[in-house]
Design a protein around this ligand. Sequence first.
Ligand code: 5RP
Length: 234
Amino acid sequence: MTAQQKKINAAKLAIKKIKPGMNLGLGTGSTANELIHLLGKDKNLAESLKCVSSSIQTEEIAKDYSIKFQQLDEFEFLDITIDGADEIDDNGNMIKGGGGALLREKMLANMSKEYFIIIDESKKVNTLGKFPLPIEIIPFSPKSTISLISKVFEEYQMTPEIILRLDSGGLNFITDGGNFIIDCYCKKILLTDQINVKIEKIPSVITTGLFLNMSSSMIIGYDEYATEINFNKE
Ligand code: 5RP
């Protein structure tokens, strides 16, 4: 079986969370795309929803279907958001932003009553950090921002390689919000809460790809089926 089939199986279980008339946040990435394809095939359900997209990429995928997007400003809250992850641990803490949509993804998650994460089994980890941690920063003076972020890691005896992300053409990767992304090759991140708070205090940092204590549950796709693990979100 391919990883894609596992993603489809996760999406098949996740679509059951979507009820007619809901305000729905849609995530970004290959797993979220499988959900969009399934939703697109259920025209009645899709047309009943008010959707918000976490990226231009997701809007592009959805444009062939009856999925209509509204601005996040038009909502006081979202009923649910369904999104993928780059890594997720047993407590539902995640690294996200591999696709560069971390800022909008975090905004949607923050406005959602329930936040469901769909993954294939390879995304489940014991400790976060093998996947490089993305951090969205303002484009002004990235070297000084990287230096400040390195100092935070040093406080925790960490010396990750930190790289300014480039696009496929070798130019600086630009997010939907017009910002840069750096990727921090940490290998392992402990004390995620403390590190996250300190990095997000740096004025030129917009947000990190650490999504801590936000997920309601993770839906894990395997070869033939999917399972859901609930978290006690406070
Ligand atoms: C994009 C993300 C994605 O959710 C994450 O990269 C997972 O993507 P995929 O489902 O393709 O593995 O955070 O910013």
